[in-house]
Design a protein around this ligand. Sequence first.
Ligand SMILES: Cc1cc2nc3c(=O)[nH]c(=O)nc-3n(C[C@H](O)[C@H](O)[C@H](O)COP(=O)(O)OP(=O)(O)OC[C@H]3O[C@@H](n4cnc5c(N)ncnc54)[C@H](O)[C@@H]3O)c2cc1C
Length: 376
Amino acid sequence: MNNTSDVIIIGGGIIGCATGYYLTKKGFKIHLLEKNYLTAGSTGRCIGGVRQQFSTETSIHVAMESMSKFVAMKDELGQDVEFHQGGYLFLAHDEEKKQTYLNLIEIQRKMGLDVQYIGVSEIERLVPGINTADLLGGAYCPSDAQANPFLIVDGYAKEIRKNGEIFTHKEVTQIRVENGKVTSVKTKDNDTFCSPIVVDAAGPFARNIAQMVNVDIPIYSERHEALITEQMERFFDMMIVDYRPDGCYFNQKWGKGSIIGCYTPIPNVPGLDLGASFEFAKEMGRRMARLIPRLSNVKIIRQWSGSYEMTPDGNPILDRSDIEGFWIVGGMCGHGFMLGPEIGYLAAECIAEGKPPYDIDEFSLRRDFAGKEVMR
Ligand SMILES: Cc1cc2nc3c(=O)[nH]c(=O)nc-3n(C[C@H](O)[C@H](O)[C@H](O)COP(=O)(O)OP(=O)(O)OC[C@H]3O[C@@H](n4cnc5c(N)ncnc54)[C@H](O)[C@@H]3O)c2cc1C
């Protein structure tokens, strides 16, 4: 085995694979090392939502660029990725939420996003049978979407293999640094892979990887649970987001009609535990049925959990570290699937060209992390 490459990527989720894909397109030979199988981390556990409704110019721009890449993906990767633009609808159940959405819509529309505030009757038309108690309206962006993470990672991986290699069941245990520069990584089964560039795309484990080169990064995992129901006739098209403290978010899978969804637990559940709870299944069922009463009889067929990789301000980290050749691309804060294509592209540009094609200072490792992404 030739164990030398231009770039080693640690992590076979959407971020590692998208970064590898865009570097491959630039002619780089990639070695991607994944401790388990591709999509084993958060990527294979996400619910496939893709939206552009964020709160800062940078995050909106990145999300819109990412959407353009989803739109082109079927042709670019030469395979269907179950991409469907059915929209995202953020419900407002109080005046404060309504005002927040109206303020954000102003920024988003200035940037060219097709988002609007819609009233209750329009929501009833879009979501037949929705419970309108306390509902004031919602922020609706019809070009937001859903897609299949497994198919996308598979598509990226096929391209990476054309000029590089993907090693699954290869856990990185050490990163070697000489004179302040990365030189190689060692795996649990005692293989060594050499490269002057190592990308930490280990999702919830990004901090552990960075610790191997004595770099501390503020990425912390939180457990989020999800479920999917039996298939049913499709009757709404968008991801419905109810941000009330006892709310939830879910959509109906394109083509199949299953409902897939989550809620954000309060208080959050820190750590890497991926256990699934009966409490979640019961409570999620209740919350979905409160919003759309006809869902009260639908059967849950599977539940699972995964990690959100959180940073203190809700924005990703995409930056080089003080160790030459060691890059961090992580901390996606529950948005890694939707942002993944653009983040992978930006990471490849930074690594290959030395700078991003536009300002992404908000993703710097050295920022003060005091801000907050409102649409977390
Ligand atoms: C329930 C749930 C729902 C979600 N829904 C959405 C959604 O609708 N839309 C959205 O955009 N995002 C969603 N997310 C968030 C999204 O899944 C993540 O932000 C994204 O998948 C992160 O991708 P990643 O490549 O950084 O990490 P991961 O997919 O976790 O990939 C990291 C990989 O690194 C590997 N690894 C770790 N340590 C090592 C090591 N030492 N050596 C080798 N490999 C290693 C892991 O095995 C893993 O496969 C959801 C997440 C969850 C949990």
